[in-house]
Design a protein around this ligand. Structure first.
Ligand SMILES: Nc1ncnc2c1ncn2[C@@H]1O[C@H](COP(=O)(O)OP(=O)(O)OP(=O)(O)O)[C@@H](O)[C@H]1O
Length: 255
């Protein structure tokens, strides 16, 4: 059993590399994400953000280096083991069950957490517990009115909210969100920011986000990923004033 120390990062990457054949995409990356912080990863296209998230969530095995979740080594573990260790990832590509209702989707998340196969007979108390937890997640993401609608019939931003709800049902304390506001209107983005703020209260958030206004309003710190390495980690204000960052990333965006 791992006892988290006060100063221990929720997530620590030390000297992490990832190569695809001869090409090293992640190059000795160092990153600490502190418990309770909301941390953004920004960077130009092809910098390695998706690869980084795939390494942390267990989709890819690191070529070398260490990934620690609350002091426990998770590098190279399969995604379900990392999930059980307390990390949940919501995907850039919508990964909900379109032909099931909103509430059923959330129930699946809760059942997965309890290690129960969906559809198996279980004592009533257990089913009630699953229903309660699913209803709680439903309320937290503001989809009560849509509970019995098919997930495929939700609007795009409601589907993204449902995805976030599904990460909540896993009970994870460390949440990875991959471009949660991509493709949203300004109004939808503002709602998504408020939702993410409320559901990650007291949890640790690491998100890839291109929209700097989202980063400013939501995140405590930002790491800038350029060519597979972290160029700088700091507050959003200091990052946007950082010359190296402006040249490597923000300048490119502005051009
Ligand atoms: N499975 C793979 N095999 C070979 N090369 C890969 C693989 N996955 C990613 N790459 C390469 O790694 C580099 C980083 O890609 P990655 O998708 O991680 O960047 P990104 O920062 O997420 O970019 P974007 O913002 O465009 O999504 C790219 O050059 C990409 O071509």
């Amino acid at each position: 059993m791992i006892v988290p120390l006060k100063e221990q990062p929720a997530l620590r990457l030390s000297g992490v590399t990832k190569s695809f054949g001869p090409i090293e995409v992640i190059k000795g990356l160092e990153l600490d994400v502190w418990p309770g912080e909301r941390h953004a990863v920004i960077g130009p296209n092809g910098a390695g953000k998706s690869t980084l998230f795939n390494l942390i969530s267990g989709m890819f095995v690191p070529s070398s280096g260490e990934i620690m979740l609350n002091g426990q080594s998770i590098g190279g573990l399969p995604p379900h083991r990392i999930n059980r260790a307390g990390l949940a990832r919501s995907f850039q590509i919508t990964n909900i069950f379109h032909r099931m209702s909103v509430l059923e989707n959330l129930r699946i998340g809760v059942l997965a957490r309890h290690g129960v196969r969906y559809g198996l007979f279980r004592p009533i108390a257990r089913i009630q517990r699953v229903n309660e937890e699913a209803a709680e997640a439903l309320a937290r993401v503001g989809l009560e009115a849509r509970a019995h609608d098919l997930a495929g019939d939700l609007t795009y931003s409601e589907q993204r909210a449902l995805e976030i709800g599904m990460t909540l049902t896993t009970g994870a304390e460390v949440i990875l969100l991959d471009e949660p506001t991509a493709g949203m209107s300004r109004e939808e983005t503002a709602q998504a920011v408020e939702l993410i703020r409320s559901v990650t209260e007291g949890k640790t958030l690491l998100m890839v986000e291109h929209d700097m206004s989202v980063v400013f309003s939501l995140c405590d710190r930002v790491s800038v990923l350029v060519y597979g390495n972290i160029l700088a980690t700091d507050t959003p204000e200091r990052i946007s004033a950082n010359r190296d960052v402006q040249e490597a990333y923000l300048g490119q965006e502005a051009s």
